[in-house]
Write a protein that binds this ligand. Structure first.
Ligand code: NI
Length: 209
């Protein structure tokens, strides 16, 4: 009996040690290696920066055009089946809540949608899309390089997903789903992770100086 117990305990202890080491390793990696697009780990790395894009009316715009206002910015694409419409609806609803509660504050916030699918998202398409979510939302697109640069500055991950047998234009885009709040000076203020309610967003926006 005692012998059986010992031969059983040895492997259990060894396995426990291995499991603890793995847990410690994963915890350390989580802590020291923030993954781009992970809302839990973006606070101490620089987010945002200069960008040159084209708005929904075909005008060339840069980050400087938005300075003086808070920029509430989300990256996605108009063909997105669910994630982008959900996030943009939340932004639109948060703006409505804020407009009802603190209209002067709401005026200082510029909601913006930046496409990560510039090959399909033309300014005209962006124009018809963004107005579904908020009357003042701007839709920004650009060349493939301009979009790649903007996404990189905001540490937004995106990748084209072509399903087997799909038509050439029938691809999806994998992308991170984070709403950034940039300050009137263009610097990162805070972010809202995917699934943040409009009420929670409006409350945080109302607290901006
Ligand atoms: Ni999307």
């Amino acid at each position: 009996m005692a012998k059986n117990k010992n031969t059983f305990l040895g492997p259990v202890v060894a396995l426990s040690v291995v499991i603890l080491m793995v847990v410690a390793f994963l915890a350390a990696r989580q802590h020291f290696g923030p993954k781009p697009g992970d809302p839990g780990t973006v606070t101490n790395i620089s987010i945002g920066g200069p960008f040159s894009l084209t708005d929904q009316d075909g005008n060339a715009v840069t980050d400087k055009d938005f300075q003086g206002k808070y920029l509430l910015v989300y990256f996605g694409y108009t063909y997105c089946p669910d994630v982008c419409p959900t996030s943009l609806s939340a932004i639109g609803r948060a703006m409505e809540i804020l407009e009802a509660q603190a209209p002067e504050k709401a005026k200082r916030i510029q909601p913006a949608f930046i496409t990560i699918d510039p090959e399909r998202d033309t300014p005209a398409l962006m124009k018809s899309y963004v107005k579904n979510f908020h009357p003042r939302m701007v839709g920004l697109t650009g060349t493939v390089d301009q979009i790649a640069a903007a996404a990189k500055a905001y540490r937004v991950y995106f990748s084209k997903v072509v399903e087997k047998g799909a038509k050439p234009a029938g691809y999806l885009m994998d992308h991170s789903s984070i709403t950034y709040v940039m300050g009137p000076n263009g610097k990162f203020v805070t972010h809202f992770g995917h699934g943040t309610t409009p009420e929670a967003m409006a409350e945080k926006l109302a607290a901006l100086k």
